[in-house]
Each structure stands twice: as C-alpha cells, then as structure tokens.
Design a protein around this ligand. Structure first.
Ligand SMILES: Nc1nc2c(ncn2[C@@H]2O[C@H](COP(=O)(O)OP(=O)(O)OP(=O)(O)O)[C@@H](O)[C@H]2O)c(=O)[nH]1
Ligand SMILES: [Mg+2]
Length: 318
C-alpha cells in the first residue's frame, strides 16, 4: 500500500511558510542524511524561489559517511545551493551554517537589519534540534516523533540572526512509493498511517540487499534467508517475538527491526545514493510523470481552498 500523509496542519504550515518567505534571507533546508532524496520536499523549490538555500544533511551520525560525501558533491551541483552534513546536537557544526548563510547574502543586505533564517524540512528530521543548537539554548520543543512543532516560532537574539522554526511538512503524494516507505522507516510519518508489518518487510528487504553483514552481526545470524518475511521470522525467533504455538508476531518483530534501525543499532546506514536517484529522476522525467505523480500541480500553485487530507492514508491513484 502506498504511504501518504498530508493532514490539515501540513497544508497550513505550507501556507504560513509561503507567507513568511518574502522577508526570509536564507533557508536551512534540513534533510535526513540517510535519505537525502526522499526527504527533500519537492514543494520547497517553488516556495523558496531564488532565496539562497543550504541543504543540511542532518543525523549524519546515523548515515554511511562515504555515501554522505557523495550526496554533498551531488547537491552542490545545484545552482544557488550549498550542502553540509551535520549532527545537529553538536552545536559547533550547526553554528557554522549561519556564517555560511551570511556569506551567501549581498554585503549591503546584511548591514542594516537582522538576518532572518528559515529552517524547514520534513517531520522529525531535526529542525528544532538545529534551532536549539544555533540558539545555544533549549527554546524549541523537540521529540522523537513527527509533528512535534505545531506552529512557526521566531527565535530572536541569536547574534544578528533571527531563526524561524517551522512545522515539518510532507507533500500530497509520496512518489515513487519507495520514498514514502523510506520516510516511514526513518520516522518522518506518523505511526497511525503506516502498517508496521509493511514497513518492517521493506526494512528487511533493504537490509538484506544493502547491509547483510550488519544483520548477521546484530541478530547473530550465521546464514541469511533470501526473503524479507523469512528474515523477520529469523529475527523473531531470536528476540522473543514468537507467540504461544510458534506463531510469529510480525507486528512486534517489525516494530523491533524498524526501531533498532532508526536508533542506529545496526550501524550507520544510508538508504539511497545519488546514482540510484538519478535513475529514478530520469525515469519520471521521461514519462512526464513528475508533477502529476507527486500531486504537486494544485498543491504548489493553489493557496486558498486547496485539498487537505486528513490523518488517514490517501489512496495512490497511480
Ligand atoms: N542521531 C541523531 N538524532 C537527532 C539529530 N538531530 C535530531 N535528532 C533527534 O531527532 C528527533 C527529532 O528532532 P526534532 O528537532 O524534534 O525534529 P523536527 O524536525 O523539529 O520535528 P517536527 O517538529 O516534528 O517536524 C529527536 O529525537 C532528536 O533528538 C542528529 O543529528 N542525530
Ligand atoms: Mg520541530
């Protein structure tokens, strides 16, 4: 089943971002270093126009360092874009972003008034943690689940900067479907709209393909099965996820696998790399599908009265 999550508060967040944008000097677009493609909200390009943008690969402590390097090089090829990898609870890394942003502004712009920096990105990617590191105080609420920040918040007195924290928002159709699954596995989608057994199998398939050694080491498995479901069964047997009568509790083992992957207990993992993504992008462009698939037509252009989905999953029309 396709995963989509675009509840009313995200549509509102997007409108408020659009409203605040004219006064913004530069943008810190926070991406998840494990999924820089899937966590890059395609609506941001239209929202930011020509504002300078630093793409911040956050949670780089959880991602494969070599793949992150490749992503930085890939992203810096985009005109007007800088890219940096950080672990946002390391304040020195976060603070360097402000000076980089300042360097992107025309000199006359920075002299007379404070610099307004908007921090935006998908839910649970670490925006408020970045804000707290930049402000050197715990001023924005953070939490290990999506949709913690509910409204924009301005933080004054950060040197000559003003920081704007924003609620995380996704886009109406998470497409290709794998993007939705990666967002769900890494924690950007509410638990209420995902089927854990589904994303558990997705995570199992990904780990079998890309990180088999991590699986062997973490779950003490000498041989790995070929199929994701069989892998979940093998992990269930080792982690007390089997009910009476030998029935595997797939819900419980899926939750366990996803939780451990999110926490970095299987090591540093990257779920996508630039070459794979280039193939996907080329495929969408060739088929002329990009806008329609993403559900962006009315979402980017429309302001008032746009379609707003509730918390329930949206059926994928494709
Ligand atoms: N490992 C790791 N965890 C991080 C990092 N930055 C943030 N986190 C954790 O990610 C979770 C989400 O952080 P928040 O700052 O609340 O994320 P947010 O983007 O503001 O989330 P919303 O307001 O819900 O959109 C928290 O548990 C943070 O501790 C990081 O660099 N590395
Ligand atoms: Mg937040």
């Amino acid at each position: 089943m396709a995963i989509n999550w675009f509840p009313g508060h995200m549509a509102t967040a997007k409108k408020e971002i659009r409203r605040a944008m004219p006064d913004v000097d530069f943008i810190l677009e926070i991406l998840d270093a494990r999924i820089p493609f899937s966590s890059e909200n395609p609506m941001v390009v239209a929202l930011r126009g020509h504002k300078p943008c630093i793409k911040v690969l956050n949670k780089c402590d959880l991602a494969d360092a070599r793949v992150t390097e490749a992503w930085l090089a890939h992203l810096e090829r985009i005109p007007g874009v800088k890219a940096r990898a950080i672990q946002s609870n390391q304040p020195s890394q976060a603070r360097a972003l402000l000076e980089l942003g300042r360097s992107l502004l025309p000199r006359d712009r920075t002299a007379h008034r404070k610099i307004l920096v908007m921090v935006l990105g998908v839910p649970n990617v670490g925006k408020s943690t970045v804000i707290n590191s930049l402000a050197r105080r715990s001023i924005a609420k953070t939490g290990n689940k999506p949709a913690v920040t509910k409204a924009q918040q301005r933080i004054h007195n950060v040197g000559d900067f003003i920081l704007l924290d924003t609620p995380g928002f996704l886009w109406p159709r998470l497409s290709p479907a794998a993007c939705g699954y990666r967002l769900a596995v890494t924690g950007a989608v509410a638990d209420t709209v995902v089927d854990y057994q589904d994303i558990g199998e997705f995570a199992a398939r990904f780990l079998l393909q890309s990180y088999p050694d991590a699986l062997r080491a973490r779950y003490n498995l000498d041989t790995l099965p070929d199929e994701p479901k069989a892998l979940l069964e093998a992990i269930a047997a080792r982690r007390a996820c089997v009910a009476r009568g030998g029935v595997v509790d797939f819900q419980k083992v899926s939750e366990l696998l996803v939780r451990e992957l999110r926490q970095g207990l299987l090591g540093r993992l990257s779920m996508e790399s630039p070459p794979e993504v280039a193939v996907v992008e080329a495929g969408l462009a060739e088929a002329g599908l990009a806008e329609a698939e993403l559900g962006l037509g009315e979402a980017v252009g429309g302001e008032e009265g746009e379609d707003v989905e509730g918390d329930a999953p949206v059926e994928d029309p494709v």
